[in-house]
Design a binder for this molecule. Sequence first.
Ligand code: PMP
Length: 369
Amino acid sequence: MNADIPVPARDTIAELVGYHSPQVDVAVRLNTNESPYEPPAAFLERWADSIRTAEWNRYPDRGADELRSRLGSLYGRRGAQIVCGNGSNEVLQAIFLAHGGPGRRALTFAPSYALHDLIGRTTGTEMVTCERASDFSFDRAAAQLAIERDAPHITFLTTPNNPTGMVESRETVEWLADIVPGLLVIDAAYAEFAQWDPIDLVDEGRPIVVTRTYSKVWSLAGLRLGYAVGPTWLVDQLSQVLLPYHLSTAVQLGGILALDFAEEMASRVAQLTAQRDRLFDALAADGRVSVWPSSSNFILFRPAADGHRVWERLLERGVLVRDCSSWDRLAGCLRVTVGTQQENDAFLAALDGVLDSLGFADGGSNPNR
Ligand code: PMP
């Protein structure tokens, strides 16, 4: 116990190490998987207009009905199958509040998104882990054993997975859905960058819920809006644990208006996936790094040189990536978010320079440089 703290938090909280991703002000920020593009100017204008005329003396629409019904239409669903939160993290927290908690267990497939574990433990849920295979692919045999051993109340599958970038097949997800004893949460924060959408699997009779976010493709990480698509009974359970009026009027208005710009967003996704493939090819052609395939807007790679040193040297050159080098099973790894063409070029040039400076010559193997 820390003697300087007059009133300690309950044990589970005091023991937690918070989520930490350094926010450094540099020219090229490729560390948190945001969109490199600003939202369309016309969106910002219309949003500002709607904010000016909103009834600010009134509480927001408690059920966020218009937003949910518009999101529902996007997927051929009803608004009653959608629940919104301040970022998909809040939706994940609501899932833990409703289905986790003391005496309940949740399973994750590691390595994956650290916040599942952190939010789970904050809610007093017992967190259990099943390791992915050595190439980070989903290991069915290990999953089967873990599910039999732990009988989890909640199972989390992130696809495309963060930080590895790899997507699971529909067949794998359906296989998993058939064997979990409780709720299956599919965290699909990056689904727009992949080849298929797990929302297709949502059905009233199935305990599957898919979480999504405005933070990536909608260029609105600053808005803090996420949502889940699931059966109505689950949406009702999650709505029960969210605070009344939790979603501000500004967030609801922004979320609704953004959907009018779906075409612009689709073209941004196309640009980013093209850039991702270019970045992947450049890294794969470089004999000094190992790289994992990505169906997302980021790429995991491991430089031959010490990962943390490479991260520091990149930062000195004005390029911030995510340092995963000390994470479990990711020794030496870094993760780069796909940016604009200029940002990606700056990253590749900086990486080349850093590896050269650390004594790893490229040997001219990479045609992209
Ligand atoms: N899930 C995954 C897998 C993520 O990577 C992230 C963001 N890093 C989130 C959820 C949270 O997104 P949001 O901004 O909607 O809270």
